[in-house]
Design a protein around this ligand. Structure first.
Ligand code: ZN
Length: 241
């Protein structure tokens, strides 16, 4: 029988079985982040408070921000979903990840930020892709949590090569001084959350935070990240997997 459009649409994105949801309940039960106790807390605070365990990652060791919440380390299913969101024109996946983030991470937070800030992309990349995935995440988080987001408080002044194509030193040089921050936008704000889809070395997020602190040293910055890339196998143990 020729499949109907409806039947194709109602297939789990991960296993392709029929389901009424984007991801079927069986696949969801298999997702590591659902039962990752270490990720139900601020990882910067965890490193400060826990004397026996340490979450070793460059982004925290070199952190230029005050807090970090992560939906999952960058592994299945995010290693499937984030490339689809970013490179294969599936913007609706931002809604799914934002809802997971609220359900599994925001519920554990003691306080919420005043505003959300997406990682800005250059207008040329925006024009090519048609959307900024970080902004889509912000849209959904903002809508569900009733927290406003500042769309143009930070912009990218220059077009840069994708960070994923560069080594660590080249990443630093590539991103340095690339953000322009609107001072006025941060005048009456004391706590912001920067929303990112993936963090690898943390070069981009740290440079953005440095730029914000230069004009608004009074604010507290928390980072909300969907997928934290860990490239040392030993680090898997650090997130209790
Ligand atoms: Zn499935």
């Amino acid at each position: 029988m020729k499949p109907t459009l409806k039947a194709i649409w109602h297939r789990c994105l991960l296993c392709l079985q029929s389901t009424e949801q984007v991801i079927c309940p069986l696949c969801l039960a298999d997702c590591g982040f659902v039962n990752a106790p270490l990720l139900t807390q601020d990882l910067v605070e965890f490193n400060l408070n826990d004397t026996t365990e340490h979450f070793a990652h460059d982004v925290i060791v070199n952190a230029k921000f005050d807090g970090l919440w992560v939906l999952d380390i960058y592994q299945y299913p995010l290693s499937v979903l984030i490339p689809k969101l970013k490179f294969y024109q599936q913007p609706h996946l931002a809604r799914l990840m934002a809802q997971w983030f609220i359900l599994h991470r925001v519920v554990h937070m003691d306080s919420l930020p005043d505003v959300l800030i997406p990682i800005p992309i250059h207008w040329r990349r925006m024009w090519r892709r048609g959307y900024n995935q970080s902004q889509l995440l912000c849209d959904e988080l903002s809508r569900c949590l009733k927290i406003p987001y500042l769309e143009n408080a930070v912009i990218r002044k220059h077009y840069t090569k994708p960070q994923s194509e560069l080594n660590l030193d080249a990443r630093r040089a590539n991103i340095k001084g690339v953000f322009r921050v609107d001072i006025q936008a941060f005048k009456d704000v004391s706590h912001i959350a920067i929303v990112d889809d993936v963090i690898t070395t943390g070069t981009t997020i740290n440079d953005l935070c440095r730029s914000i602190y230069q004009v608004a040293p009074h604010i507290s910055i928390t980072v909300w990240c969907m997928g934290l890339s860990v490239y040392e196998p030993a680090d898997d143990k650090a997130v209790g997997k």
